[in-house]
Design a protein around this ligand. Structure first.
Ligand code: FE2
Length: 373
C-alpha cells in the first residue's frame, strides 16, 4: 500500500473582519512588517487599510512594498528583499492575488538569507527557512495562502515556474469581503484556476484519500458559485465567502499533490502570450479530463454540476472567453510547451495515466479544436 501523508502547517482563520480581529496574532510574528502588494488592488479593496489598522493597534511598525507585478519576477523579489532589509523588517505580509502572496514567501526566504544573491532562489536542496509570512488573499483562485509554493518568472531563463524552496505561510487570514470589488473577469479567471486545482489534485498520481476528500469538498463549494460565474445571479457576501473557501480547499489539495499537466502546459501561454493564469490553465483542462479514467471524471464532474467534459469546456469559454489569439502566434507556443512538458519526467509523473508527447499534444489540441468551431 502506498504511504499516505498529510501536512498542512498553516494557521488559517476565515471570516468577516478577520484581519482586524487577529491583530494580536500578527503582532506575535515580529517587530516590523514588510507589507507586499500589487500596485493598486490592495488599496482599492480595503485590505491594506485593514492591515495597517491591525498593526497600528498593536504598535507594530510597517513598511509597504507595492511594486509586485503580475507573474512576479525574481528581480522584483530581490528589490523587495533589499527594501525589507533596509527597513529592518522581520516578517512579511503578502496581500492580494497569487502574485503578491507568492512573492511574499520568496521575499521572506531572502530576508532570512540576507547575504545570498538571486541564485539562492533557485538553489534546490538549500536551506528553505524564512522569516514569518502572513498571506491574505483578495482573489479566489491561487490558494497560495495555504500552499508552500512560490511561482516566479525567471526573466533570465524566460520561463515561469515554482522555485524549489517550500515555504508555508505561518498565518492565513481569509475574508470574502475583499472580493466585492473584483471585476467579473478577475472573479472568473481566478475561480477557474481554483477549479483546475481541485480537479488536477483529484486526478493526480499523488492523490491520497485525504487530499481527495479536501478536493471533493472544494468542488461542492465551487458548484454553489456557478450561477454567479455564469452571471445568472448577482454575487452576495455568502457567495464571496464560498468562492474563497473553494480556492482555499483547492490550495490545501494541491499542497499535497501538486498540480498536473494543465498547469504545466499553461505556463508558456502566460509567459509568452500574457493569458491570465486561470484562463490559461482551464484552456487545457478539458483535454486532460478526456484522457483520464472516464468513470472518475464523471463522478467529480457530477459533483461540480457539469454533465460532461464538453459542458464544462463550454461554460469555461462562456465565463473566461476565448483566447482571441491567432493560430500563427498560438501554435508555436503550444508546440514548444508540449515538447517541454512531455520531456520533463517530474511533470509527467503527476498524471494518473501514461504520459507521452503524443498524449500531451492531444490534450493541448482539444481546446484548439473547440475554439475553432
Ligand atoms: Fe493555478
Amino acid at each position: 500500500m502506498k504511504e499516505d501523508r498529510f501536512y498542512m502547517p498553516v494557521r488559517v482563520f476565515s471570516g468577516r473582519e478577520v484581519v482586524r480581529s487577529h491583530a494580536k496574532d500578527l503582532a506575535k510574528l515580529g517587530k516590523k512588517a514588510l507589507i507586499v502588494t500589487g500596485r493598486h488592488s490592495a488599496k482599492a479593496c480595503g485590505v491594506y487599510d485593514d492591515i495597517c489598522a491591525a498593526l497600528d493597534e498593536c504598535r507594530i511598525a510597517h513598511a509597504l512594498f507595492d511594486g509586485v507585478e503580475e507573474n512576479p519576477s525574481a528581480a522584483t523579489v530581490m528589490k523587495a528583499r533589499d527594501f525589507g532589509l533596509q527597513e529592518k523588517a522581520d516578517f512579511v505580509i503578502g496581500a492580494g492575488g497569487g502574485s503578491p502572496m507568492d512573492a511574499a514567501k520568496a521575499i521572506a526566504l531572502m530576508i532570512r538569507h540576507a547575504s545570498e544573491g538571486r541564485d539562492y532562489l533557485y538553489s534546490a536542496g538549500a536551506d528553505s527557512s524564512a522569516v514569518p509570512v502572513v498571506c491574505i488573499p483578495t482573489t479566489c483562485g491561487t490558494g497560495s495562502e495555504v500552499t508552500a509554493v512560490s511561482v516566479l518568472t525567471n526573466e533570465v531563463k524566460h520561463t515561469k515556474g515554482s522555485i524549489p524552496h517550500k515555504i508555508f505561510p505561518d498565518l492565513a487570514l481569509i475574508d470574502g469581503k475583499y472580493l466585492a470589488g473584483a471585476s467579473d473577469q478577475i472573479l472568473c479567471n481566478t475561480a477557474f484556476d481554483a477549479f483546475a486545482h481541485l480537479f488536477e489534485s483529484w486526478l493526480n498520481a499523488d492523490a491520497t484519500p485525504v487530499s481527495r476528500l479536501i478536493a471533493e469538498d472544494g468542488i461542492r463549494e465551487w458548484k454553489k458559485c456557478l450561477p454567479v460565474l455564469k452571471k445568472e445571479k448577482q454575487p452576495d457576501p455568502d457567495d464571496y465567502d464560498t468562492l474563497m473557501r473553494a480556492a482555499m480547499l483547492g490550495g490545501m489539495a494541491i499542497a499535497h499533490t501538486g498540480t498536473s499537466l494543465p498547469h504545466a502546459l499553461s505556463y508558456a501561454l502566460t509567459y509568452h502570450l500574457h493569458v491570465p493564469h486561470g484562463k490559461a490553465v482551464c484552456y487545457f483542462l478539458a483535454g486532460y479530463l478526456n484522457e483520464a479514467d472516464q468513470k472518475e471524471v464523471s463522478r467529480i464532474l457530477e459533483l461540480s454540476g457539469f454533465a460532461s467534459v464538453e459542458e464544462f469546456h463550454q461554460t469555461y469559454r462562456l465565463c473566461c472567453h476565448d483566447l482571441g489569439i491567432g493560430e500563427d502566434q498560438l501554435l508555436p507556443v503550444i508546440e514548444q510547451g508540449c515538447r517541454e512538458v512531455s520531456s520533463n519526467p517530474a511533470r509527467c509523473a503527476k498524471a494518473p495515466f501514461a504520459c507521452s508527447e503524443e498524449l500531451v499534444c492531444r490534450i493541448a489540441g482539444f481546446a484548439g479544436k473547440q475554439e475553432g468551431n
